[in-house]
Design a protein around this ligand. Sequence first.
Ligand code: GLC
Length: 726
Amino acid sequence: MAKKFIQDLVNQMTLEEKLGEMTQLAPDFLGIDPNMDLTGPMSELHIKEEWLDNIGSTLNGFGAEKLKEIQDKHMKASRLHIPLLFMADVVHGYRTSFPIPLAIGCSFNPKNYELASGIAAAESAASGIHLTFAPMTDLVRDPRWGRVMESTGEDAYLNSVMTAAAVRGFQGEDFKEKGHIAACVKHFAAYGAPWGGRDYNTVDLSEGMLREYYLPAYKAAVDAHVAMVMTSFNTVERVPASANKWLMRDVLRGEWGFDGVVISDYAAVDETISHGVSADGAEAAEKCIKAGVDIEMMSLHYLNYAGKLLEEGKLDIALIDEAVIRILELKDALGLFENPYKDASAEDEKRLHQCDEHLKAAHDIAVECAVLLKNEGVLPLKENMKIGLTGPFADSDDLLGGWTAGGGKADASLCESLKKAMPGAEIVTAMIEELNPMQDGFFDVADHVEEACEALRNCDVIIAAVGEHCADTGESASKTSLRLTPNQERLLYAIKKLGKPVVMVVFSGRPMEIYPVMDCADAILQGWYLGSETGTAIADLLAGRVNPSGRLSMSFPYNVGQVPVHYNMFQTGRPVNGKKGRYLSKYLDCPNEALFSFGYGLSYSEFRYSDFKVEQSDTNADTAGDMPVAKASVLVENVSEVTGKETVQLYIRDISAQVVRPLKELKGFEQIVLEPGESQTVEFTITKDMLSYWNNSGKFVFEPGEFDIMIGKNSVDTEVSRVTIA
Ligand code: GLC
């Protein structure tokens, strides 16, 4: 039931004022930032000047003084003095930038996502932001899609844990509190599964696959009380999400009980016309309002056509009133009716933005997100070495990754950071010209390979800092090739021939196709884009000041022809399982498995697993879903000379069910830090819910039977015990 003052307000509002509340425009239209770079297909917006006073929210305007000025102007112009809601894409940091979410997923440490989101909330709130379009939690299995960088990866359980942490970080206990902002989980739903990895392309999944893999993390956000949900551009069962009543009203609101605001993605209401399910703007407005999209972002069909639809009896005013009430309730929950500026403060901007405490947090998180993929005795680097440093990321500070709301660059390049981390080393650089974006028509760095080899041939070790330009990741950045550019590969082949140890550091927003150059490097560190402290974090890891602990949140393919390749595949009717033969589910030219699988990562320590056991509890068919049915445990020992962090992972497999079940599914993980020689028993409680799944009747069911319980250091190296659960 809406608060009386909100109901009274709605009763006073004209239809135009209501439809204005249900419309979000970019800053250009509200005079915030005339240079705003508009994303998405910018259809001609038939906007009327008088509408501007009624617009309910805007996106991606920044700055305390600027937004306070806009709010003042709007509050005066709005007949009922309804405050504007300022929303923005604060995805992995604001002025202090944190690792891209795909990298944060590799830390397997939800506290990192909670802390990063909390700092991003405080910094952006000081700049006048009320709500962020984050966390993005689209499950991703296809690195051709550029937006994998925004997700925490390929696993529903890891994504769920991480997403809930991000919502808690942004919103705190109450997002009205100073330093917190409302969060918006996106993109609902399954935007991460486009055909061919091509952005905005068709998504077509069975309801069972949707419920089992793609929906859980959005539900985790709803269960964490996320304030808003953003619809995705793609179709779900051949209906664009923004017009999909089943998804928005039956699942999101009906099954999950979400009673917050639903916003369309950028012009997604208008795009239902291009999709071919709306004949025109009027039908687009009708279908999306009926589907429950409360705010139309960056298209104007609600304002243009809802009045006519009401007159023609095609729309019920009650649907409009319920949307407006939800929007006003969100503004009230943010305290905007009492304080329309919320936390906007130029003084706090100066105090908080990139303050030492935030930069330290960014560094401490970043070092947990890089993943050591290979190390044949080369890392950590030794003091007083002559270090060769080459490649387009050797001295670049363009290391934040996409969606950097606050803009800016990393605080230091890898070269500058190595000089600080290893003062005794001599550093020689060669062929360090930075990449330019393919988006801008560029493709490769110039070929100075011969000169580089000449300059580096007497070094003790050569570091090749390679990858893809961050502008070639993120939205509308799909690729059909995941390989490094030809001259980067040529450089790696050439330095390999110098006969010196080679360390390859890969800066990318996606799993790249590094198999072709794998043998050129004795060590490989997946550096992602780690935000403001990328350079210092990577240098500390290479120098051994920090022990790598990252584990992959997304599998690396041998080559793009394998995609989608992920750890939780189905067995099929013709599994290879070590068999030889022609008529098996395999490729003639490539293994089935990933090059590096989900959960994989090395460290400078070495951990030995032993004493694995599974003990069953007394259970019967009507044991409640959250009741323990078994316990699994393993002894982990650090058999090296280096203190290290290990992520012990729990997987299960349902051997037989009404539908095919994956070879393994992550159901738990625990991080432990062990001193040299120290050991610890790690124990997991297995519940019935962990062994349940979504059947093809839309039900979450448990079926008694045989299950494999597995514990391991990644999704491949696991110990297994088969149990029968009644
Ligand atoms: C974009 C993105 C979405 C973002 C929105 C507002 O097109 O798909 O993630 O939040 O527009 O910038």
